[in-house]
Design a protein around this ligand. Structure first.
Ligand code: NAP
Length: 483
């Protein structure tokens, strides 16, 4: 039995949060875990008190001190605060890895019962479109930056392999949209291919994310661990929860180098709050993940056996199992699990659980350093409602007095100048590619300023992107139709 006393930050959260957290705490305490809970606030009530982050300093300090937190879902009430308290916590503590098991409990009715679904989605948790960098570039054109870094990819991919090892899992599949987004999603795929050989005991493969979604519905039992970028992971983990009976069965862990925060995938489901009908399994199993994280493997197994025995007895939490025989209230389900502590499941074999060997990836900002970088030209994004021909001719003329020449203009990714004979439905947002007239000339910032001044005399530019050749490889994509 583990005897070391752990202090853990406990955040009940909003809506159904207090009910699922209370059920989890009762079960973990009854199992004999040596835990002191430090009760902290975050979420709706904190926003309403006027704190725009939704997370008070005392809560942040508690998590900093304890390094481990178990939390219920948090709401951002409409009209208060700009950012979600969940995202604040995730970013503040750089919990870059979101581990989301999708596992079918024997005895829980679902369309996929008896299919042995037992997979884990490892979702990158801080980068991608979720970096929250968005702009209105013209009154009618919005842009969101998809930020993917080699460092972020290395961290999440190593975490996925280390997690697989910690549970004796045999295969890691990387799911990306690298076929379309060659630099961003492609970074994840390339990094995966570089790192997988360091884990020869674990099989590895790649699947395109849309096919992954299709395969998850058709034959989910084929997957073991899936590692993916933030948005892909967000979507397929909700899909995964639907396979196993609903969000009430989907636990999660947010893993960082210093701090880890355990929480269910689901939100605060406010319409069910206080009704004693929701499923506490997702938060409870997040608590089981937390127990393993702090090394309390024996207590974790004890709780997991009791949960499995309760399902084997045909008792299910009410909300996810409406109309099914054996549906019981949240508190009755909690009592049943407590009564089953110490019993051994006939359907669940504990895995060879070990602590996750958290990957140590260098923290230096210039994580990747090039041997050679060369400027090839510049893309200038310009707002214009002119026809492609008029606009392109105007830019070409303006560039005449500079060291650069207009190569092409693309509109929503398709080259419109020089014309390739098709006429897409254009908008007032143009990527204008300028390249050196003399390719042996070393392009300087003042040359770009000179070009910008020329363009600004007739048009509205909104954004500049340098075109780099990094170690001999172009660091920019071509437009459709560009040679
Ligand atoms: P939600 O709270 O997850 O609820 C969506 C649906 O999922 C519910 O209507 C219910 O479906 C089912 N469900 C969720 N938890 C369940 C449980 N424990 N047992 C049984 N069924 C459960 O999603 P939402 O309504 O989109 O979001 C509500 C609030 O939560 C929002 O303010 C959102 O921002 C926040 N949120 C917080 C987190 C977080 O803290 N990590 C995550 C997601 C959302 P049925 O009605 O079909 O039974």
């Amino acid at each position: 039995m583990s005897t070391k006393k752990h202090t853990i930050t406990l955040i009940p959260g909003d809506g159904i949060g207090p009910e699922v957290i209370s059920a989890t705490r009762r079960i973990i305490d009854a199992a004999g875990a040596s835990i002191e809970w430090e009760l902290c606030e975050a979420g709706a009530e904190v926003f309403k008190k006027g704190l725009s982050s939704g997370v008070p300093t005392e809560t942040i300090d508690s998590i900093k001190r304890n390094k481990v937190a178990l939390k219920g879902p948090l709401e951002t009430p409409i009209g208060y605060g700009e950012k979600s308290a969940n995202v604040t916590l995730r970013k503040l503590f750089e919990t870059y890895g979101n581990i989301r098991p999708v596992r079918q409990f024997v005895g829980v009715p679902s369309q996929y019962a008896s299919r042995n679904i037992d997979l884990v989605i490892v979702r990158e948790n801080v980068e991608d479109l979720y970096a929250g960098i968005e702009y209105m570039q013209t009154p009618g054109v919005a842009q969101c930056l998809k930020v993917i870094t080699r460092k972020g990819c290395e961290k999440i991919i190593r975490l996925a392999f280390e997690f697989a090892r910690s549970e004796g899992r045999k295969r890691v599949t990387c799911a990306t949209k690298a076929n379309i987004m060659k630099f961003t999603e492609g970074f994840m795929k390339k990094t995966f291919e570089d790192i997988a050989p360091e884990y020869p005991d674990i099989a590895s493969d790649h699947v395109i994310i849309d096919n992954c979604a299709h395969q998850l519905v058709r034959r989910p039992e084929q997957f073991d661990v899936i590692v993916t970028t933030n948005m892909n992971g967000d979507i397929i983990s909700d899909l995964g929860s639907a396979l196993i009976g609903g969000l009430g069965f989907a636990p999660g862990a947010n893993i960082g180098n210093e701090v880890s925060i355990f929480e269910a995938v689901h939100g605060s489901a406010p319409k069910y709050a206080g009704k004693n009908i929701i499923n506490p399994t997702a938060v409870l199993m997040s608590g089981v993940m937390m127990l393993r994280h702090i090394g309390a493997f024996d207590i974790a197994d004890k709780v997991e056996h009791a949960v499995c025995v309760t399902f084997e007895e045909g008792k299910h939490p009410l909300r996810d199992m409406v109309g099914n025989e054996g549906s019981v209230s949240t508190t009755a389900f909690t009592d049943a699990v407590i009564a089953n502590l110490g019993r051994t499941s006939t359907t669940w074999n504990p895995k060879p659980f070990k602590p996750i060997n958290l990957p140590q990836v260098s923290g230096r900002p210039d994580f990747v350093q090039a041997k050679e970088e060369r400027l090839f030209g510049v893309d200038i994004f310009v707002e214009s409602g002119l026809s492609a021909k008029e606009f392109g001719d105007s830019l070409s003329a303006l560039a005449e007095v500079t060291v650069l020449k207009l190569k092409m203009v693309s509109n929503r990714g398709v080259m419109v100048y020089p014309s390739v004979g098709v006429t897409p439905d254009i908008v007032d947002h143009n990527r204008c590619r300028f390249i050196l007239k003399d390719e042996n000339y070393a392009l300087k910032d003042e040359d770009i300023f000179n070009l910008l001044n020329q363009i600004a005399s007739k048009h509205k530019w909104m954004h500049v992107e340098k075109l780099k050749i990094i170690d001999g490889v172009p660091g920019f994509t071509k437009a459709q139709g560009e040679d």
